[in-house]
Design a protein around this ligand. Structure first.
Ligand SMILES: [Zn+2]
Length: 494
């Protein structure tokens, strides 16, 4: 039997009777057996006194069916290594592709993956998936749900002009009928008209979910003032739920703040993360949670939107709440009381007073260390601009991550247009280290313009990397890299 004793668990979980208590949690074979003060059961001890713990974070909106779709990312990149234990894939697969998704990805993933089945048979094989006749096959949907009862937790349909082309509201109404017949929630993406969002809302009933609730496109849920449209008020009255679904272009701080000021509240914080937005503006679920925190939502509220509210709504059995008998799925994190700035999907920013840094995740008692606080960095911008192959990228990955940890750990933030300059310089440096090559000496007078702080910070970085490759620390390398660091420091002061 596998036994684990979590000592000093400071619980944040409004749905648990242990909320805000410091207790010990005893786990046997992946299931919570006891929760109490001062437990001394035998087993591996995991002391987390300096952190907070919540039920494992559930991202209610991701796209992790990759390889045969237009958007999709390996669950490994958005799951346990980033502070997330469960993922709900929002319609990347349909009835024709769910077998491939299940066998190739879901079955093998460390993360729990649940599915909202797209009513379009091939899912997101194209991004206009509902624009052709006959793409919704009710019989095939029913059969898929019978095959994957524990995995499929709802139905997904996307209601925007780019998806439907000239089909109008028809395919969305058809999707709603199927969801009703099957007794499953329908999750509807909203975007540009047609169809008009008012028409879409009128189709919804209790338990349905509208995702991308704070997008700033014309066809949104709110009036310019932030007041809810009448159909939104009616939908709320019918117990329709709302998901943030940040995505590449669906989260605006302005829309969010105005809506909240006028009494609107989302239910779930889904990231809508996939390959094309992990490098920004989504980055990670934690990053999206931090944006909500930055707008003065409480930690309790933010955590419940990725735990109990999601598990209750989608009936995720034994997840989302810390109690005896539930799976030992947790996220362990630190809440920093310091300022940090976040950017939405339209380029606006807000600075919060506190932010979450994920440290560990546990899935059925198995402990995973979170890399980089839950913000997986993508270096794809280098790949494209330097024409590097995926193989080369993988070879640089460890060193680039080390550099990234080092600079962010020292509070150095590169603005976008300087980031490329610095990291491409560092790729060159890594090459020189690997080949034990020396840079041509630089003119010493350059050094006179470098401030001591920038020089020292850079020296330590270059020195530790040189040691790793058993190369003597070369001052010209430090001087040249210092120029980038000094620029970044100067920008911050502005
Ligand atoms: Zn999505």
């Amino acid at each position: 039997m596998k036994r684990l004793l979590i000592k000093n668990a400071n619980i944040i979980d409004v749905s648990s009777k242990y909320h805000k208590q410091c207790v010990d949690i005893y786990i046997e074979d992946g299931v919570i057996k006891k929760i109490d003060k001062d437990l001394n059961e035998m087993g591996q001890v995991f002391d987390i006194s300096s952190y907070l713990i919540s039920p494992g974070f559930i991202d209610a909106h991701v796209h992790c069916y990759h390889g045969k779709t237009v958007i999709g990312i390996d669950p490994e990149k958005i799951g346990v290594k980033t502070g997330v234990t469960s993922l709900i894939d929002a319609g990347t697969a349909g009835a024709n592709t769910i077998d491939d998704f299940y066998n190739r990805i879901i079955k093998k993933s460390e993360e729990r993956v649940f599915v909202l089945l797209n009513t379009a048979s091939d899912g997101l094989k194209t991004l206009s998936e509902l624009s052709t006749d006959g793409v919704i096959d009710k019989k095939a949907i029913k059969k898929a749900i019978e095959r994957y009862q524990d995995t499929i937790v709802g139905i997904k349909a996307r209601a925007s002009s780019s998806v439907l082309l000239d089909k109008g509201i028809g395919p969305i109404a058809e999707s709603k009928n199927i969801a009703t017949e099957l007794g499953l929630p329908l999750v509807i993406h909203i975007g540009n008209a047609p169809p008009k969002v008012e028409e879409v809302l009128d189709l919804t009933s209790a338990g349905d979910v509208i995702t991308h609730c704070y997008h700033n496109k014309v066809n949104g849920l709110f009036l310019e003032s932030g007041i809810k449209k009448g159909q939104v008020a009616n939908a709320l009255h019918r117990q329709v739920k709302f998901d943030i679904g940040h995505g590449s272009s669906s989260f605006s701080f302005d829309v969010f703040e105005k809506a909240v000021k006028n009494g609107f509240r989302h239910d779930f914080i889904g990231s809508d993360i996939y390959d094309k937005n992990i490098g920004g503006p989504v980055v990670s679920l934690i990053n999206v949670m931090n944006k909500v925190l930055a707008c003065d939502f409480s930690l309790d509220d933010v955590v419940s939107s990725v735990t109990s509210k999601v598990s209750e709504h989608f009936k995720l059995s034994r997840l989302g709440t810390i109690k005896v008998g539930n799976f030992a799925d947790f996220t362990v994190y630190k809440l920093h009381d310091s300022r940090k700035t976040f950017v939405d999907s339209v380029g606006q920013s807000r600075t919060g007073k506190s932010w979450i840094e994920a440290k560990y995740t546990l899935v059925e008692g198995e402990i995973f260390r979170v890399e980089n606080g839950g913000e997986m960095i993508s270096f794809d911008f280098l790949k494209d601009s330097m024409s590097l192959t995926q193989e080369q990228m993988t070879a640089y990955d460890d060193d680039l991550r080390y550099i990234d940890d080092y600079v962010s750990g020292h509070g150095i933030k590169f603005q976008d247009h300087f980031k490329l300059g610095f990291y491409s310089h560092m790729v060159g440096f890594i090459d020189r280290l690997k080949n034990k090559e020396k840079l041509d000496p630089v003119d010493e007078s350059i050094k006179d313009n470098i401030e001591e702080k920038a020089f020292k910070l850079t020296y330590d970085l270059i020195d530790s990397m040189s040691k790793k490759y058993e190369v003597e620390t070369f001052e010209s390398e430090v001087i040249l890299a210092s120029i980038h660091i000094q620029t970044a420091l100067a920008m911050e002061e502005d």
